[in-house]
Design a protein around this ligand. Sequence first.
Ligand SMILES: [Mn+2]
Length: 304
Amino acid sequence: MFPRKTLDPRDPRASSLLLPSESFDAGDFVLVGLPFDSSIPSRPGARMGPRAFREALPSLTTFGRGVELAGRVCRDLGDIDLPPTSVKVAHERVQSVAREIFAKGAKPFFIGGDNGLTGALFRGLADAQPDLRLGVAAIDSHYDVREYDDDESLLSGTPYRRALETSVVTGERTFLIGARDFANSSYYDRWVREQKINVVPVEAFDQKRAADIGREIRAKLETMCDAIFLSIDIDAVEMPGSSAAAPGGLQSRETIALVRELARSPKVIGCDLTELSPPWDVGGMTAKLAARLFLEVFAAVDSR
Ligand SMILES: [Mn+2]
């Protein structure tokens, strides 16, 4: 007979860091899934992102950068129930969950799902702490500042416009990192510059190492802000499993180095990773990158 394969207790898997939980306390690192893709115009599939992310975690271990994470806990609060038929209701639910988490002082990692819902996260944070001077480090190949008519017409291209409508975000304290040529319009390029948003195009990574770029952005945000939110649209990376995958993006190692530097700030209060779209993925590579970026944030935020 073939020998039965058993898990080696000396080689713990990253999935063991997640503790399914109904509740959480101040300071807890919590995971929340956003299984929603009704308002992604490019192609559907990202509603399955949270599940693929959780399934990718066992492919990674709990040990990195000389730090053993086993024994630390990320409370997995599960997925928010988001109706595919109403964008407005989905946004309201996400906003309400974000408000509760930020009001309690937990540190969330949201896994999506529609990048549009990132706008609801900022609104929830603004509800909880309206006077916060928030800094935003957004990794995205698109500006995502589209104009929209009403809350039912929000989509994956609107989150940072939504963010700027809140009391906590300003253009000066927002960095859009990884923007690509021929992925944005001149109209929105003008608007972004009028708002004094800091654009760091993907070409910047040809001149400078990703870790150095991350360190500089972190230092600037730390001087200007009380808190920092890290927002990752996985379509910024040249990987297949995202809603709007395209060539010419960040490489995965650049992204890991960038996220590692940004997450190191003691001011980071939360993170989201969106647009992971498993039906378009190849061999689960993009889901594994999402899991890896989660571990980088968890290691940095929880080890302080
Ligand atoms: Mn986006």
